[in-house]
Ligand binder design. Sequence first.
Ligand code: HEM
Ligand SMILES: [Ca+2]
Ligand SMILES: [Ca+2]
Length: 300
Amino acid sequence: QLSSTFYTTTCPNVTSVVRGVVEQAQQNDIRIGAKLIRVHFHDCFVNGCDGSIMLDNADGIESEKDAAPNQSTDGYDVVDDIKTALENVCPGVVSCADILAIASQILVSANGGPTWEVQLGRRDSRTANRAGTTAIPSPFENLEQIAKKFSDVGLDSTDLVALSGAHTFGRARCATFVHRLYNFSGTGNPDPTIDTTYLETLRQICPNGGNGGTLADLDQSTRDGFDNNYFANLQNKRGLLQTDQELFSTSGDTVAIVNRFANSQSDFFDSFGQSMINMGNIRPLTGSDGEIRSDCKRVN
Ligand code: HEM
Ligand SMILES: [Ca+2]
Ligand SMILES: [Ca+2]
């Protein structure tokens, strides 16, 4: 039911308004695109793409932000700035859930990635689902568990591999991958699927027992550029997260897809756009369901 022309008559300048705010935000924070696409992903996997992740604790809401998978999510201030700018030109029209979808596309493309026709018309939830955040994939799960979480929301292996390609930019805390570096699965050895030179680099960033909050680049070759280098990294045993590397190092249908995207950036870009549309279509609220929040942090 979503459509690329949803706001054509009600808020014709929506894209340019969002673009103005996010391009400004990117001047101060090169990671803003990475942060916002991740919020969009974590929103869509819990009760669908309904803006539930953005609600703060208030009015009986138990915020999803307080759940473990969301504790390092960020960028909400920029969503608020976008919302304020949109309320000035088209009050009560553009949902917070749609803001995430639009901002994600603009910032992926601004960092060198593809464009796609963003589908719009989502409405915002009046509830959050903190317990439901267990549906968000964890970096400590194996490929089978990750693939199950994707298929639970209607996404297939191509979607899984393409969308994991968002790890072509952004950062991850040591806490999310240090288990691979010193004593992997109780073996007393590092994860054998890490390249030895890369292992040394990562051990320097994340000493054994050190600060779990230190950041590493998800794509060490082009940390801020949206490109297909992420897939070549996987072929070279240079995936940062266990869940990244398993897409190539665990046998199954994802291996051939990694190889295809490593060989062809345009194949990756085409699939990425299509998979973003697929992810954005997870159980949206439409019609008269939900509401258009005037403040993304609160129900009306
Ligand atoms: C396949 C399952 C996935 C897992 C297990 C996973 C896990 C993670 C983890 C652990 C981090 C680092 C968070 C931290 O430091 O606390 C991260 C960062 C990130 N993820 Fe994923 N992710 C997955 C899929 C996705 C998808 C589908 C997208 C978007 C389409 C995405 C976009 C990002 C981005 C852009 C960052 C960097 C954020 C920043 O710089 O702040 N991830 N992910
Ligand atoms: Ca949601
Ligand atoms: Ca990159």
